[in-house]
Structure formats: structure tokens, C-alpha cells
Write a protein that binds this ligand. Structure first.
Ligand code: CA
Ligand code: CA
Length: 469
């Protein structure tokens, strides 16, 4: 063989093997499952499968729950939108990145390219989203993480005044499509009906049931005010809570207002109604999913970014380290992995979502990711699971939740301990009882070792003021 023919043969061999690599890469990609990633803003554990509040009407969340594994002891890593989402999407704890509160711009703490959607995009997925995935002025975060992220055609509040349905009654002249989530679902349905030449990662970011609790009249009518029950609560519940916890509860704030106005039940009606609106939208998405050709090769993960207090422990909203603020729904549907209609009671937090999705998709788990894959629990809900759920609120304040206990330690060293076997509403703080010293020590060993400093300079000022017309 002369040099010319040798080079020609060598070139052909190289070209053939390159083609094989392409085919293999493409073939592998085609086998990877798609992901339908459903984020819900401010949805607490008042959903069917947890049984926390029998007044809740969530038939579509219940339907999704029956399709896979639902976690009844799942917790956010931070009880506020921004740090919870930054942590979930980056795979790192607030105490590792230093992104603790809503006022911090999360992109100052998580560098470009490491987040979940980036990882999937770099691994050959088409990543699209609409609605709220991250928190802040741009819900999409870094633009380079998405193939497409259209803006909402209407505001999430539908033009309603901010607190209608919460502190004051609302007028109910709204229609389903007046709210952003309706359009987010329309977009995701279109994506499910498309022909995709690559596996997809569709992120559906529901903005309800976040305030304002303003939804059409028909959702309010599902929960007549005269039938509304208050959540279990006791007088002076904060008497055994250390000062650091009372400061988080701010009982002189919303709680005092509701006591004064007598609108506690009305607020509960408003929240249930807004959750029912979200549930309706989820139903539209699930109808389209059931009809789509990707059904048997798509992983669904559904999560709420944190819980919500509605007067329990004299507290309203999120922003605390108690059960009502940290527990949120988490549902997984993974064809060939999850058993339909199973519930897992192990304590998990949302740091697990990133590595679990990698595990299910057969992608490597990046080294910066701190959580553990839930795949063993998706296969067998009673598999051994030694990890606790950890929630952090501000610098140095953490809660550790195991199957039985909640242990809270504030940065000043003060503590709370609750026994969920006997006290699921956390009324009796056992932390000062010497009988539980050993248990507290065991739980304290699970606290994060690192507490990244809170840099107040990095806090962005409030939203830019709108120019007056
Ligand atoms: Ca939120
Ligand atoms: Ca108490």
C-alpha cells in the first residue's frame, strides 16, 4: 500500500469510527428518559396523600400521587423561595453557598453552568421552561441553561391587588386564563405534543398558590366559609420557644392582624381555593401527558418549594424552621422504577432531586452535588435510609428532621426538640428536658459542618421602583 492509499484507508476508518461514535451517542441519548419537572410555589403539605388537612381538595395531585412514589416526610433545604430553589437547582446547601434569604441574588452564589438544567442541557437534553423555576427578577436564572424560556403573557396576580384574598376579601371577577399558570400549562402541553429529536427536560413552574390568593369564584365556592376548620393550635404555643424562634414567628405581625380582623377562616378558604386552582392546572397537564407519546419514557418530579403556616404556632407564611414551613409535597413517577401509588415515609430533603434525576437519566452526578439519590427509595420505599432532612433559615439556624424527631438549633445555641410520634403539631418543646440529651446529641451530629458567611453586602435592594406614569 502506498502512502496515498494508506492515508485514504486510515481516513475512511477514522470517519467510520467517528460515525459510530455519533450513532452511539445519539442512540444512548434516545434511550435516556425525558424529564417533566414540575415546581409549585408555596404549596404546603395540605394535599391528599399527606392527610395533613382533610379540607384540601387536590384530585389531580392525588392522581399524580397514584402514578408513582409520594414522599410524606419531604422538606425544603430553606423555607423561602430564593434559597430553596437556588439550593435544589444547584445541588448545594444554603450553608455551603451562602445564599440564605430572598433578598440575595442567587447568581452571586451559584456559578453559571452547574445547575440542574445546565447539566441536562450539556448532556444532550433540550431544556425548556415557563413560569417560576428560579426566584428573582428573571425566573430562568442564567439564560445559557435553557433552549427556550418564554415570558408569561399575563402577570401571575392577574391584576389583582397584592393581598386580596389574604387580609381583605376579593372581588372574584377573574377567569382561569387570567392567571399566568394557565399559560405555562398551555406551553408545556405544546412541548409534550411536539416531535423531539433529543430527550427533553420540560420545566413547568407554577406560581400559585403564592400570594395574592386571588382566583376565580368557583374555587372559593368549593370551600364554603361556614364549613372551614382552623388547623390544630394551642394558646401560647410560643411560650416554650426560644427568643430566636419567636423572632422568626413574628406573632405581632400577620397573626395579630388575623386575630384582630377575624379573617383567619377566610384566609384558610383563600389558600385552599388557590391550591385548588393549581390542582386544576396540574390536571390539564396530566391529561396531555396521558395522551402523549413520551408517557412510557418520561420521569416526572413534582415538588413545592417550601411549606406555609396558616396560624399554627402563631405564625403565618414560611420563614421558620417548623414542620408547617419546611414540609412540602414531593412526588416521583419513573417508568420501570417506581411502583404506582406507593408512599415513602423516610425523611428526605430537596437536595436529593438533582442527584436522583441524574441517576434516573444515567448521567454522571457532578462532584459539587451534595445530596443523595433517592433511587433506592423509589425502587423500595422501605429501603435503608440513614439520611435526615436538613433545613436552614438564615446563617447558623438549622432544623434536622428524621422519621421521628425535629431538632432545631439557632445560631445563638438555643434549641427545640419535637417528638413527631406524639406531637405532630410540635406543641411541646422537649429541648430542656434532660431525658432527651442523648437524642439531641445524636441529631446535632447531623447539622451541616460548614456555615458559609452571610454577606450582607451581597443583598440586593428591593425591587426596582416602577416609574410613575
Ligand atoms: Ca415559594
Ligand atoms: Ca409550645
Amino acid at each position: 500500500m502506498n502512502t496515498g492509499s494508506f492515508l485514504r484507508v486510515a481516513w475512511i476508518a477514522l470517519a467510520v469510527s467517528a460515525m459510530q461514535i455519533c450513532v452511539t451517542a445519539r442512540g444512548e441519548n434516545l434511550n435516556r428518559p425525558n424529564v417533566l419537572f414540575i415546581a409549585v410555589d408555596d404549596l404546603n403539605h395540605w394535599v391528599g396523600y399527606t392527610g395533613r388537612n382533610s379540607q384540601a381538595k387536590t384530585p389531580n395531585i392525588d392522581r399524580l400521587s397514584k402514578m408513582g412514589v409520594s414522599f410524606s416526610n419531604a422538606h425544603c433545604t430553606a423555607p423561602a423561595c430564593n434559597p430553596s430553589r437556588a439550593s435544589l437547582m444547584s445541588g448545594m446547601r444554603p450553608s455551603s453557598t451562602g445564599c440564605y434569604l430572598n433578598g440575595q441574588k442567587w447568581t452571586n452564589y451559584v456559578k453559571e453552568g452547574v445547575a440542574l438544567n445546565h447539566h441536562f442541557r450539556k448532556s444532550g437534553y433540550t431544556t425548556v421552561a415557563m413560569g417560576k423555576i428560579y426566584h428573582g427578577h428573571s425566573n430562568s436564572g442564567y439564560e445559557s441553561g435553557w433552549d427556550e424560556y418564554p415570558a408569561l403573557p399575563v402577570s401571575s396576580g392577574g391584576g389583582a391587588q397584592k393581598y386580596e384574598g389574604y387580609f381583605t376579601p376579593m372581588p372574584h371577577d377573574m377567569k382561569d386564563r387570567d392567571l399566568g399558570d394557565w399559560h405555562t400549562v398551555d406551553y408545556c402541553i405544546k412541548q409534550l405534543r411536539k416531535d423531539h429529536d433529543k430527550p427533553f427536560f420540560i420545566a413547568c413552574g407554577f406560581i400559585k398558590p403564592h400570594l395574592p390568593w386571588a382566583v376565580p369564584r368557583k374555587y372559593y365556592d368549593m370551600f364554603p366559609l361556614e364549613d372551614i376548620q382552623l388547623p390544630p393550635h394551642i394558646e401560647n404555643d410560643l411560650d416554650d420557644v426560644p427568643a430566636a424562634g419567636v423572632r422568626m414567628a413574628k406573632p405581632e405581625g400577620d397573626n395579630a392582624k388575623f386575630k384582630k380582623t377575624g379573617r383567619w377562616k377566610a384566609a384558610i378558604q383563600s389558600y385552599l381555593a388557590t391550591c385548588a386552582y393549581t390542582d386544576m392546572n396540574l390536571g390539564r397537564l396530566l391529561d396531555a401527558f396521558d395522551d402523549c407519546k413520551y408517557k412510557d419514557n418520561t420521569v416526572i418530579v413534582f415538588w413545592g418549594d417550601h411549606g406555609w403556616h396558616l396560624g399554627e404556632k402563631e405564625h403565618w407564611r414560611k420563614f421558620s424552621l417548623w414542620e408547617e414551613a419546611t414540609r412540602a409535597p414531593l412526588i416521583w413517577v419513573a417508568p420501570g422504577v417506581t411502583q404506582p401509588g406507593t408512599v415513602c415515609k423516610k425523611s428526605v430533603d430537596f437536595l436529593s432531586i438533582y442527584p436522583t434525576l441524574c441517576d434516573l437519566a444515567g448521567l454522571p452526578i457532578p462532584s459539587h452535588v451534595e445530596g443523595k439519590s433517592l433511587k433506592p427509595l423509589l425502587i423500595n420505599t422501605s429501603a435503608d435510609w440513614e439520611h435526615a432532612a436538613i433545613t436552614t433559615h438564615g446563617f447558623g439556624n438549622h432544623a434536622v428532621r428524621t422519621e421521628r424527631w425535629r431538632y432545631i438549633r439557632y445560631k445563638d445555641g438555643s434549641e427545640e426538640l419535637y417528638d413527631h410520634a406524639r406531637d405532630e403539631y410540635e406543641h411541646r418543646n422537649l429541648a430542656t428536658n434532660p431525658e432527651f440529651t442523648k437524642i439531641k446529641e445524636e441529631l446535632a451530629r447531623r447539622l451541616p459542618q460548614k456555615n458559609a458567611p452571610f454577606k450582607s453586602k451581597s443583598v440586593v435592594s428591593k425591587r426596582p421602583k416602577r416609574k410613575k406614569k
